[in-house]
Design a protein around this ligand. Sequence first.
Ligand SMILES: *Cc1c(COP(=O)(O)O)cnc(C)c1O
Length: 336
Amino acid sequence: MIDFRSDTVTRPTAKMREAMASAEVGDDVYGDDPTINSLQAYAAERMGFEAALFTATGTQANLLAIMCHCARGDEYLCGQSAHNYRYESGGAAVLGSVQPQPIENEPDGSIDLDKAKAAIKADDFHFAITRLLSLENTIGGRVLSLDYQQQARAFCNDHGLLLHLDGARVFNAAVKSNCDVTEITRLYDSVSVCLSKGLGAPVGSLLLGSEAFIERATRLRKMVGGGMRQAGILAAAGRIALEQGPLRLFEDHENAEHLSAGLARIPELEIDPDSTQTNIVYARCRAGKASQLKDFLAEQGILITAGNPIRFVTHRDVSRQDVDTLLSAIRQFYPS
Ligand SMILES: *Cc1c(COP(=O)(O)O)cnc(C)c1O
């Protein structure tokens, strides 16, 4: 199978499996797992924070961040299409009693700061207390500019808000922005990052922030059932993902660009090649038929997500040749 559904589908490499098999472990709830401790210390250093916490998922890392920054009855500002608003089962509201205040994302994925300003509640007991702005980078595969993120930092400073980054794919953003990841992460009070996407780990995410913030997050992680025991088995793969994963993301971006250019030559598909910035490509079927295309490709061992638009994601387990196989299969579906 060639799987373009997501970059979460990558399988652990032989090196990761070896590292997992031989990882030194202990009970992480007691703080005794040396492989977890060393991953967290390495991640904090690598991403420019005082401390880091290994979490089961990116969803869990975002939930802990929102719950740490906001008390019950507070609210956070986020994009209408933010993962932590739309795709995390309403966790911030349900489990944190934190009210989301979504704001329509601009076409580039940013949140207009004037709209954010208008959404901040006045100090009045009728209103929830606005505490936090949450951004996402990359968002739908698009990269927020450094300039915009600096403006968002200044905006939060001016209005007494905290600033969280859902950085599930922040290393893709850094590669595209041609900067070290810390040039992005230093602008935020907290950052979540997925090890289990393009970086290639089988399981796990990280939450980064100050020492005090991570101490509170550790308590909340226990509360939501995320205190794991010999989790060093997972951290061993996560360490390799974090050290080596970023170095090859440019290949995924090149493959996405190649795919994007190929799709643009198929008249039945509508694609804005400029929208392909990292490892995610979106295309609309002009005549519908997305689900027929999906079924046709599945018969040939190629998996895609058939929404409208269709989403294709490149990652370590799809090669340039796999992209060409996909393109020729799509051309076969649309013989013109
Ligand atoms: C995947 C993703 C998450 C959540 O990660 P899980 O590990 O699947 O829970 C959060 N934010 C963004 C932007 C994501 O793409």
